[in-house]
Design a protein around this ligand. Sequence first.
Ligand code: HEM
Ligand code: HEM
Length: 172
Amino acid sequence: MTTTHNPTGYSTLQIALHWIIAALVVFQVIFGEDIVPAFRAFLRGTESTADELLAADIHVWVGIAIFALAVIRLAIRVARGAPAAPAGESAAQKWIAVATHIVLYGVILGMPVSGGIAWFLGVEAFGTIHEIGKPVIILFVALHTVGALYQHFVVKSDVLMRMLRPERRGAA
Ligand code: HEM
Ligand code: HEM
């Protein structure tokens, strides 16, 4: 892997990871409540049905997959760098974009950790923290999406296209 600290775009792998993780996060938010009956039963010390356990397993394994992909993604991000903000962007806009990306990395790494502590160690408080994650994700993904669409349709920068079309040179 060539280490580039001033890339002009994202690689195919970075783009694939972005959209796979995005799809899995949307899935988790829509179907997240499916794990709640099994978790409640576990905390009460009662049995779950087979369907409840299957639903819980799906949530747990999709979440672990997000975590693994997020670690790979962050490692590539650190090694390769990211393209510069579009020219002419104000300091405030740059700050909002960076802060939003940090929160989103926090989500894809922090949600599986809080969920894992709740589920594997049976710590109810982490289940509550994990639940608070839901509105946080909805808010920041909405902000992030509005930002991307605003860049594309209003500012007419290449910000959305560079998350769809890989940079030509450089691997990984
Ligand atoms: C990025 C990954 C994840 C996302 C976006 C996510 C999202 C969610 C959502 C939206 C809920 C429902 C919250 C509600 O009822 O209001 C939930 C519940 C839960 N999730 Fe996750 N989850 C993720 C990963 C995980 C992982 C990896 C585990 C376990 C290893 C896990 C364990 C749980 C548990 C135990 C609950 C029930 C919490 C409670 O009722 O107190 N989650 N999750
Ligand atoms: C649903 C979960 C999503 C998550 C967790 C997420 C996460 C992220 C993160 C962490 C970055 C920063 C990449 C980096 O430079 O390291 C990023 C970039 C980006 N995302 Fe998302 N994203 C999501 C959904 C979306 C959606 C729905 C859109 C478009 C409508 C989108 C468009 C973009 C674009 C265009 C960039 C590149 C920004 C730039 O080059 O400055 N994302 N995303």
